[in-house]
Ligand binder design. Structure first.
Ligand SMILES: *[C@@H]1O[C@H](CO)[C@@H](O)[C@H](O)[C@H]1NC(C)=O
Ligand SMILES: *[C@@H]1O[C@H](CO)[C@@H](O)[C@H](O)[C@H]1NC(C)=O
Ligand SMILES: *[C@@H]1O[C@H](CO)[C@@H](O)[C@H](O)[C@H]1NC(C)=O
Ligand SMILES: *[C@@H]1O[C@H](CO)[C@@H](O)[C@H](O)[C@H]1NC(C)=O
Ligand SMILES: *[C@@H]1O[C@H](CO)[C@@H](O)[C@H](O)[C@H]1NC(C)=O
Ligand SMILES: *[C@@H]1O[C@H](CO)[C@@H](O)[C@H](O)[C@H]1NC(C)=O
Length: 471
């Protein structure tokens, strides 16, 4: 009798909550980027980046001059990474710390030393370093030469990437060429909301993507030809993409979903995995360009040589993803000022009460089937919250996302190998310190930039050790 009661109590409990196993070959880590955490914006020979200039020129109330002061506090950060039990740490290298003006004319030994210390500090603790080569902080001088609008950018980037491979390839096995190219090109060259703040609607945005993809491919080929045989590391591009469900299953809403997918994801993934821009983008931009009176499409065409070079430049699919929203059909935007948004021709439905983490499982299945990557790494995922140490809402959201990724891996056989939480700590969210993504709180009012673990840090640490997800 007692036994019977006991087992029904267990049944009752498992009806309320259950525990799911997390596979051992699913690596957990966390990420940051140089401009968002390092500060020390002109210490030890560092040059000026477009983010320094962009914020200083606007006299922005908040900037990256000090940030989390990780340039001086990296040892404490490595200790936190270790204490959290992270298997890897994803960070970026500030181009201007290594080459103050972005070219080989000046190489800053102190900058190389800083990253060498960080990388070796991680390796000594058994933590895998994963390096983003370009996380938005273009050297100001390279920008003055045109930035992503200058085809010569490909050579400057190649010089930078090769130098990093020469220095760090013995220790670093995972390399990301560019972080979130859509944000770089739409934010920087179309809307002007991100550095360098240009508003070259409908044209600069595509020039940027054309040059960026060629620079990615060049860096990939350099590693492949000069370093792969010796070090056997992996290189890829980090694409940001948030899945969207159609509001209804009507043919029109499904078309809207298709446009969203091709303009957000296919824009970058098609050239690298399949060899060219998505046909839908080529057609829509050519058509609208023509009606706007352009003699040729605003979307640059790849030569067959370029296609050959870019096609296949991936060792994995790296995905940054934060939410799942909805999309619905809208009438064809009127012909007027050319823009990326009118070319895309759809808008996401912003609805705060729409919460559909299952969409992430759909998303990775879509990517897996269409692009057939060797592996998928989730290079960013997380939750924006307000300040405070009791961040149960962050725990709930990342638990739901990880749960869906585990299902994709275990039930759908999608080869997801890594999950990198954004972010290790609260940092400079490109204009504001109010937007909190960290599992570790940073006190930006204290000169010490004191770090304190939030509830989510303990939750993440526990999940990694136990390999159990409380769903
Ligand atoms: C680098 O940029 C700084 C500041 O613009 C300038 O003073 C310096 O001459 C530049 N150096 C080179 C090698 O271009
Ligand atoms: C890209 O490479 C794949 C795999 O080698 C190949 O099947 C495809 O035809 C290539 N695409 C183009 C446009 O050449
Ligand atoms: C171009 O766009 C117009 C307006 O939406 C449409 O009527 C036409 O069918 C499109 N043509 C092509 C070739 O897509
Ligand atoms: C927003 O999403 C919720 C949850 O899916 C849904 O019930 C509601 O109808 C949506 N609101 C609008 C305006 O679409
Ligand atoms: C998954 O990806 C990893 C890393 O690229 C690879 O070693 C492994 O063989 C892949 N597994 C499958 C089933 O493809
Ligand atoms: C900063 O840290 C130092 C050394 O640990 C300590 O003495 C000082 O009180 C701290 N200051 C603040 C404002 O927390």
């Amino acid at each position: 009798m007692f036994k019977f009661l006991a087992s029904s109590a267990i049944l009752l409990i498992s009806g309320i909550s259950a525990v799911k196993d997390v596979p051992k070959d699913f690596a957990f880590g966390a990420g940051t980027s140089a401009f968002q955490i390092e500060g020390a914006w002109k210490d030890d020979g560092k040059g000026v980046s477009i983010w320094d200039t962009f914020l200083h020129n606007k006299n922005a109330k908040e900037n990256g001059d000090i940030a989390c002061d990780s340039y001086h506090k990296w040892k404490e950060d490595v200790a936190n990474v270790k204490a959290l039990g992270l298997e890897f740490y994803r960070f970026s290298i500030a181009w201007t710390r290594i080459m103050p003006n972005g070219t080989l004319n000046q190489i800053n030994k102190k900058g190389i030393e800083y990253y060498m210390n960080l990388i070796k500090g991680l390796k000594d603790e058994g933590i895998e370093p994963m390096v983003t080569i370009y996380h938005w902080d273009m050297p100001e001088y390279i920008q003055q030469l045109g930035g992503f609008l200058n085809p010569q950018f490909v050579d400057y980037f190649a010089d930078f990437a090769r130098l990093l491979f020469q220095q760090f390839a013995p220790y670093v096995k995972y390399w990301f060429t560019f972080n979130e190219p859509s944000m770089v090109c739409v934010g920087g060259y179309e809307l002007g909301s991100l550095a360098p703040g240009l508003q070259l609607h409908g044209e600069g945005v595509y020039q940027c993507s054309y040059v960026l993809l060629k620079a990615h491919a060049r860096a990939y080929r350099i590693y492949e030809q000069e370093f792969k045989a010796k070090y056997n590391g992996q290189v890829g591009l980090v694409i940001n993409f948030d899945w969207a469900e159609p509001v209804t299953k009507s043919a029109q809403d499904l078309e809207a979903q298709r446009r969203h997918i091709e303009f957000a994801l296919g824009w970058w993934a098609n050239p690298i995995f399949l060899g060219n821009w998505p046909p839908l983008m080529i057609d829509r931009i050519a058509n609208r360009s023509k009606m706007e009176g352009f003699v040729k499409s605003r979307l640059p065409a790849f030569t067959s040589e370029e296609i050959k070079d870019i096609n296949g430049t991936h060792d994995f699919f790296a995905l940054n993803t934060y939410s799942v929203s909805q999309v619905k059909y809208e009438p064809e935007p009127a012909i007027g000022q050319p823009s990326y948004n009118s070319d895309k021709g759809v808008d996401l439905v912003l609805n705060d009460s729409y919460y559909y983490p299952q969409g992430l499982r759909t998303s990775v299945n879509y990517i897996n089937k269409k692009y057939q990557p060797k592996a998928i790494m989730i290079t960013e995922n997380g939750k924006l919250t307000s300040d405070g140490l009791d961040d149960q809402d962050r725990i709930n959201t990342i638990r739901d996302f990880i749960n869906n990724l585990v299902d994709a891996k275990v039930k759908d056989n999608v080869n997801i190998t890594a999950y990198s939480l954004w972010s290790l700590m609260d940092n400079f969210e490109w204009g504001s310190y109010e937007k909190k993504f960290g599992v570790i709180r940073v006190d930006f009012d204290s000169p010490n930039r004191t770090r304190t673990w939030k509830k989510s840090a303990k939750w993440y640490q526990n999940m990694i050790v136990t390999r159990k997800l409380d769903i």
